[in-house]
Design a protein. Structure first.
Length: 346
């Protein structure tokens, strides 16, 4: 498979972790653009792994994909207190990858995003996004000469990773669904604006902040996110869209394909995929204050995973949809790590 290395190339870095996790494992980072089957469309992948890792195994390989609005790297690999979740996993002996789907982050933005939103119908629907995941999976499997890997999705990414798994179980070791989305009984928090859905939507910083805090009691808000963490995330995230950054106020543009799918499937009471077709160990993990993917979604989905061996559901206290970047984030990291490490010990 053809790919291009980004100018940043390969560099060495030492992880200086917080005392709570006490890790000092040197890591290697690589960034690559991988060509898709569609002319002119490349997807961005980033890899972190221990510097001394010489052999690669399915159970020690992880691919992460983001949700509906923001790219992967500004949450999964955002250093808060000198540690990102990506580094947390890699420093424990894993070969860790993240993916930006087309239209997000450093991946190619389809041509429709250079036009006004209303000029085109929603772009990057689930079928297209799952193809991008397939491209990334095949690239990693070929590059590492392994038959399978672990998949980790957040929010919309859980729908995509689950869908991919129903179609390609032989390539999946374990499946982690963080803030899993399922048939909706409550309104979505994603703002699409009035009128028909356009090709993409625009989100500003204040809208992002408001959505993050939705459902959190007033007396809990001050302690939810440590000082400076929201700004660190917002600064990194809004910088990934150079065109949006020039607007007033600055915005992140996000493809609306996910919103079209949501209205036709989960929002209409229809499943997007068949959970019974998931035949690999699966973890559902979410937080109690999540109003984007409320706990009832995971609770409804869990019993439908009738063919997933060793499935489990973990509910985390005092966190939102974005617990990955909140004061209780280590509870998320630990729950997922324990699930991944089971395959390592077996």
């Amino acid at each position: 498979m053809k790919f291009t290395l980004l100018a940043l190339g390969v560099f060495m870095m030492a992880v200086i972790a917080a005392p709570a996790v006490a890790q000092t494992q040197p890591l290697v980072t690589e960034e690559m653009m991988v060509k898709t089957a569609d002319p002119g469309i490349e997807i961005y992948v980033r890899n972190k792994r221990p510097a001394d890792m010489k052999t690669f195994r399915p159970e020690l390989t992880v691919l992460y994909v983001h949700g509906a609005t923001y790219p992967s790297e500004t949450a999964f690999d955002l250093k808060l207190d000198d540690l990102s979740w990506m580094e947390y996993i890699a420093s424990r002996g894993y070969d860790v990858w993240l993916l930006d789907l087309r239209g997000y982050g450093k991946s190619t933005r389809p041509g429709e995003m250079a036009d006004k939103p209303e000029a085109n119908p929603p772009i990057v629907r689930g079928v297209t996004a799952v193809k991008d995941i397939g491209t990334a999976v095949d690239f990693i499997l070929q590059r590492r000469n392994i038959p399978r890997l672990n998949l980790l999705g957040w929010s919309w990414g859980t729908t995509l990773m689950a869908t991919y798994t129903t179609e390609n179980a032989q390539k999946v070791e374990r499946l982690v669904l963080y803030a899993p989305v399922w048939i909706r009984q409550t309104p979505s928090l994603v703002q699409t604006g009035p009128g028909p859905l356009g090709a993409y939507r625009m989100v500003n910083r204040e809208q992002a902040r408001e959505r993050w805090y939705t459902g959190v009691a007033d007396d809990k808000k001050a302690a939810l996110i440590p000082p400076g963490w929201f700004d660190a995330w917002a600064d990194a995230t809004f910088a990934t869209d150079p065109v949006g950054a020039q607007m007033t106020p600055p915005v992140v543009r996000a493809p609306n394909g996910v919103m079209q799918d949501s209205s036709e499937f989960f929002g209409a009471g229809k499943p997007y995929y068949d959970p019974a077709k998931i035949t690999v160990p699966t973890l559902l993990v979410g937080a109690e204050w999540d109003h984007d993917a409320p706990p009832y979604m995971a609770q409804t989905l869990f019993p439908l995973l009738v063919n997933s061996p060793g499935k489990r559901y973990v509910a985390l206290a005092e966190g939102t949809h974005s617990i990955i970047m909140e004061r209780n984030r280590l509870k998320l990291f630990e729950a997922v790590q324990a699930f991944l490490d089971e395959a390592r010990r077996s």
